[in-house]
Each structure stands twice: as structure tokens, then as C-alpha cells.
Design a protein around this ligand. Structure first.
Ligand SMILES: [Fe+2]
Length: 199
């Protein structure tokens, strides 16, 4: 179960609308390397982990990704909520506005709606954790591209930099989980020889 704190993990207070930025940042809401995919990937994979530490790490990070989803949603919302129709059209958000207004809808920057195909659950703990390590690097790289596109808007840059830092921490923790699972799977198994038992 979860408890909900009525604060964002890191504050988001954007003073100026900028639908151009919202159009690309939404990729971290519902895109292939976004926070929705990350949270569902980890919270689904945790059930199949062979040790408690790996389960706990997936649970912790999956939960934090939900908090990041909320932050990204807040950024997109604040960047668009007071935008004029002219600004929305100039940002190329006319088709989005047609279907969703200025609600926050899970899609990539290219407009592809969220799909569960972004969530890898391979039935193999090592493969899943390797996938998670790559996912964290891809999320970090995406935030770096968004920071490039953001240029000099500190209201948006600060939370994006915070989110980028957290991806690096997650990568390190998944490395710890992978080493633990590898050790667990490498443990030697000892079998009693039944012939000897009867002597
Ligand atoms: Fe992450």
C-alpha cells in the first residue's frame, strides 16, 4: 500500500507559460523512457525478484518514479494552463489541443500515446535488471536533451536537473540490486547423497 504526501518531491513553480517546452517535456510523462513507463516497469518486475533486497529496491524506485510522474505532470500543466490559442498553435500543439485541451495526457514528444510495450518484464531477473540499468541511462539522457532545449528558464531547469540527478542515483541502486541477484543465483547448492545416508 502507499501513503500520499500532498507535496511534490521537488517544488515546481513556473511563472511563464511555454507550450513549446511542454510539447517536448511531456515525453518524460508518457514517452518510452518516461516516468510512467519507469514506475510501472519496476513495480511490475519486483514480484519476480529472487531476493528481498532487489524487491525492496524496485519497490522504492518504482514508488519514487510515481512522484517524478507527478512532477513532470505539474511542469507540463504549468507551462500550458494559461497559454493562448495562438501560443498553443505556434508550438505545434494544435492537434494535442484538439484531443486533450490542456490536460496532461501520457504521450511522447512525437505524439505517440503511452503503450505497455515500453514496460519490459522478461521473466528473468538478470535481464530485467539490465533493462532497468539501460532505462535509467536513457531517462538521464532524455533529461539532458530537455535541459538543452530549456535554455535559460530557471523555473523549468531546476526541477529537470533534480530529476536528472535522481536517474543517476537509480542507476547506481540497480547496479547494487544486480550484484545481489547475481550473488544469490551463484550460491552453490549442496545435495545429500542418498547412498551415503543408508550406510
Ligand atoms: Fe529513475
Amino acid at each position: 500500500m502507499w501513503t500520499y504526501n500532498k507535496i511534490l518531491e521537488y517544488p515546481v513553480n513556473i511563472k511563464c507559460t511555454d507550450p513549446r517546452l511542454a510539447k517536448v517535456i511531456i515525453s518524460q510523462y508518457g514517452g518510452p523512457d518516461g516516468e510512467l513507463a519507469a514506475s510501472l516497469r519496476y513495480l511490475s518486475q519486483k514480484f519476480g525478484m529472487p531476493d528481498q533486497n532487489a524487491k525492496a529496491i524496485l519497490n522504492d524506485i518504482g514508488t519514487e518514479e510515481l512522484a517524478h510522474l507527478e512532477m513532470v505532470g505539474a511542469i507540463v500543466h504549468q507551462l500550458t494552463k494559461n497559454a493562448s490559442i495562438e501560443e498553443i498553435e505556434a508550438a505545434g500543439l494544435g492537434p494535442y489541443y484538439t484531443d486533450h485541451g490542456v490536460d496532461v495526457y501520457p504521450q511522447s514528444a512525437a505524439g505517440v500515446p503511452f503503450t505497455a510495450a515500453y514496460i519490459a518484464c522478461k521473466g528473468d531477473a538478470i535481464a530485467n535488471l539490465q533493462e532497468d540499468l539501460a532505462a535509467e541511462q536513457k531517462a538521464r539522457a532524455t533529461y539532458e536533451k530537455l535541459i538543452d532545449l530549456c535554455r535559460d528558464n530557471p523555473d523549468v531547469l531546476d526541477p529537470l536537473k533534480f530529476l536528472r540527478e535522481r536517474e543517476i542515483v537509480h542507476f547506481q541502486r540497480f547496479g547494487e540490486a544486480l550484484r545481489g541477484v547475481q550473488d544469490k543465483l551463484a550460491e552453490k547448492k549442496f545435495y545429500m547423497n542418498c547412498d551415503n545416508m543408508n550406510k
